[in-house]
Design a protein around this ligand. Structure first.
Ligand code: SOE
Length: 378
């Protein structure tokens, strides 16, 4: 019989839903050493957390996350709170010997991240950070192709994450859902929220980032704060672009904004190598675009690979060839990999230590933007 692994979730917003859905589905599709059990969820609004628990099938609710940590019947703590609470909860969970699954970004900044890494490593508890896009099968396949050396020497890495949901100046900052606009809760704007995804994938696919050169902008300088009710300065970055140098000698170009009218969650990446190139687009996430210079000249061109066959990453667990999966499945894959890793006594990347590297790059990007090393063009 499969062993149970009891989950205690802290927070229950959008990410609480994606993670809960993953816990509920994973055992139907994967044979794993553990079956996750939705034991408890905590949140500040008694009514809100109760409604969430009923909807997703949690056995119990708590009004204070500390109760989740104290409970002997919780094996793993899933942190789905705003970023400014990650550190305190993760350190307390590690000290209590709990496994931890932490929503991205790991922390508000590198210094906090270092404390969190020290805590989980001292406690020796399994840990992972939900950079879910690594586990879109087409992205995992990109990793396999790169690791097989099929691109040869890499020259360029390019990534964008574009959205348009904060263009209205009437949108307040702070509070449920809108904490992402409040630097005190989020740490940063698009850099920590969106570029962190691009950086995590880039570090995984293309190795370390050595230097960055960045620029940021805050287009709307003041917004009403939901909690105080007053107009307050906006201190997050609304848009950020940076270029960088990777350890392997390639050049990187990254852009993110929440002001790209028409784009809702356009995460794209492209890698150009000596022998081949590949491209991926979250809006078409089951496809990998592949160009191989070794193809016969007359037929050479971009291939659009529909990643849905049993011999492609993760797909043998789902339907039959040709039937695709989507966004929610990236989270199911992360839970599956986490439970397997716990069973095998191995780490489940990205671990806190892996995610700390992303945090370092984010900090470097923000500090470069602050220093504003721009030369005048006119
Ligand atoms: C922001 O809108 C957001 O929900 C991010 O917080 C997620 O990490 C990203 O995957 C989608 O966009």
């Amino acid at each position: 019989m499969m062993k149970q692994l009891n989950i205690g979730m802290v927070g229950y917003g959008f990410m609480g839903r994606t993670h809960s859905n993953a816990y509920r589905k994973v055992s139907n599709f994967f044979d794993l050493p553990y079956v996750p059990v939705l034991k408890a969820v905590s949140g500040r609004s008694a009514e809100g957390v109760r409604k969430f628990a009923d909807q997703w099938g949690y056995e119990s609710v708590e009004s204070d996350w500390r109760k989740i940590i104290d409970r002997k019947d919780i094996d793993a703590v899933d942190i789905c709170t705003p970023n400014n609470l990650h550190k305190e909860i993760a350190i307390a969970a590690a000290q209590a010997g709990k496994m931890i699954l932490c929503e991205k970004p790991l922390s508000m900044d590198t210094a906090e991240g270092e404390e969190m890494v020290a805590a989980v490593e001292k406690a020796g508890v399994p840990n992972t950070v939900w950079y879910n896009y690594r586990r879109a099968p087409a992205v995992t396949m990109a990793k396999l192709l790169i690791d097989q050396g099929r691109l040869g020497r890499v020259f360029h890495y390019r990534a964008n994450f574009l959205q348009d949901w904060t263009i209205s100046a009437d949108l307040p900052q702070g509070g449920t859902g809108l904490w992402r606009l409040d630097a005190a809760a989020a740490g940063s704007g698009v850099t920590g929220d969106l570029l962190a995804h691009c950086i995590d994938t880039a570090l995984w696919l293309n190795g370390s980032i050595k230097t960055v050169n960045a620029t940021t902008e805050t287009f709307i300088k003041e917004r009403k704060h939901t909690v105080t009710g007053k107009m307050e300065p906006v201190t997050i970055d609304d848009a950020c672009s940076f270029f960088c140098r990777f350890g392997n000698g390639s050049l990187g170009l990254f852009e993110s904004t929440r002001y790209a009218r028409g784009h809702k969650a356009l995460y794209t990446l492209e890698v150009n190598g000596e022998k081949a190139s590949l491209k991926w687009d979250l809006h078409d996430l089951h496809r990998l675009q592949w160009f191989d210079h070794a193809d016969e000249g007359m037929l050479r061109g971009w291939r659009s690979i529909h990643v849905s066959d049993g011999d492609q990453p993760y797909m043998k667990h789902w339907w039959v060839p040709g039937l695709q999966i989507g966004y929610e499945h990236t989270f199911v894959h992360q839970v599956a990999d986490f439970l397997q890793a716990v069973g095998d006594g191995k780490p489940c990347p990205p671990t806190f230590r892996d995610a700390l590297e992303t945090q370092r790059v984010c900090d470097a990007v923000l500090s470069s933007a602050k220093a504003d090393g721009c030369a005048k063009a006119v």
